[in-house]
Design a protein around this ligand. Sequence first.
Ligand SMILES: O=C(O)CCC(=O)C(=O)O
Length: 324
Amino acid sequence: MNLGTPDNSGAASLEAIARDGSLFKRMAVRIPTYLTDLRENPAWLPMFVLARTMAGRRIHWLGAERARALQDTAETMFTGVDRQAVVEALRSDGLFPGLILPQAIHEEIAAFARRTPCFGNFDRRLEFMPGEHAEAEKRLGRSLLSGHYFERILDCSAALAIQKDPLLLDVARHYLGGQAKLITTRVWWSFPTGKASDADKNLASLGKYHFDLDDWRMLKFFFYLMPVDEGTGPHVYVRGSHKRRALKHQLTLLVGHPAGEVLDIYGQQSPVTLTGEAGFGFVEDPFGFHMGTVPARTPRLMMEIGFGVSKPSRRRFHGEPVIR
Ligand SMILES: O=C(O)CCC(=O)C(=O)O
């Protein structure tokens, strides 16, 4: 057994302090949001602690109700998509990458986004027109990695049409259980910017594999509203990582982990980089590791419709953290 020399253990404790320091920095940006979540809904705490463990999740899944048939008999815009095939792909891979929006729908949302001011880095004080990103960075004196619409997106009828599409709720009920409900609707830009801070990347969920812990069970539908290639910050999902979890990824406060560590455990061949034309959509179980990437060349415009099983938070509905 190697107990280590005094020098070695000194170095090890320095390393541990540095690690804790960086852990604290990574968590610090989210702490105001966590405290507000706790104040708004005390049931958030047991979820936040236990939903990262496989045992806690399995117990919660036991309470999943049978999916009821939808009351809403409206036509879906996703013609030709078989709900059962989507649910089976979600169960096996955590991902189904085969949804396509009608052209009129994605064009209407993109036009709305181009003419509507958005909020930079989730901060309502940093308002700018998306077409004036470079000028806004100069005017505001800081890099702007993301631009969110928050509740403004509810003024766009095409966005509401996707949110209310019966296929999405039907998939959610058959995957998450009969309690499934809408918990998020958000549209945002990710911008190429050389100087984004780690805190901004962390808040925007860009550049680091992580899993989501906003509810016990969740499903997220994502849609690209403009074409996304390798230079547009594509989303990446680690196939299969939603149904198994290394102990070190259960017994940790952090949801984000380095790529090397994630891929060593869940498989070098597992990441799927999702590129596609305007209108391309996919649905994922966000307990699986995933991330957005920072656009290298072209801004990305994306929509998310999320489902969960607990009471939704009004603030989180549009993806808004608490910024200090
Ligand atoms: O911007 C992206 O592609 C990632 C979004 C994300 O990670 C999330 O919503 O949890």
